[in-house]
Design a protein. Structure first.
Length: 162
């Protein structure tokens, strides 16, 4: 984070407290800038240089958005950074993995120059397997100043206990 703090390093919560949060919202993250430099860097990493993302002049002339827009997958890729800020850690977890999505929708385009933030809730905490927990998060990525979100998803993560 810009101020040097790392919210991910908060004290972890006991498993029972995490399970008790099922159905509740964790909150929202800080705003993330979606500037052309970030979009171009993502295009370079993914080799997705489609003009609607990387050519402001052509995008202004040939699209309904008045300029470039962020890749949907760029918006989705920020979910990890957003989760580190807002999702509580669990006591005793050794490591975790991204398990995938039950649902992922790119609801609205993210105009270049806008800011986005994540809103997270815990939809389900499955503790049926020994030494692991499967968490399903309801995630919405909001665009500052817009009514409709950029992204809505049910994101699944697995965490494994030491």
């Amino acid at each position: 984070m810009a101020d040097g703090s790392n919210p991910y390093m908060r004290d972890p919560l006991p498993l029972s407290e995490i399970v008790a949060l099922e159905g509740q919202e964790f909150g929202v993250t800080r705003w993330f800038a979606m500037d052309q430099a970030r979009i171009d860097a993502f295009a370079d990493c993914t080799e997705d240089w489609y003009f609607i993302h990387t050519d402001p002049d052509k995008a202004k002339a040939e699209t309904p958005w008045g300029g470039t827009i962020a890749h949907g997958f760029l918006t989705a890729s920020l979910l990890s950074a957003m989760a580190y800020e807002i999702v509580p850690r669990i006591e005793g977890v050794a490591h975790g993995v991204n398990y995938g999505f039950d649902k992922l929708r790119f609801v609205s385009p993210v105009p270049t120059g806008s800011n986005v933030r994540g809103r997270f809730s815990l939809k389900k905490a499955d503790t049926s397997k020994a030494r692991e927990i499967t968490l399903t998060y309801g995630v919405t990525v909001e665009i500052e100043g817009m009514d409709r979100p950029a992204l809505a998803a049910d994101w699944i993560a697995r965490q494994f206990f030491a």
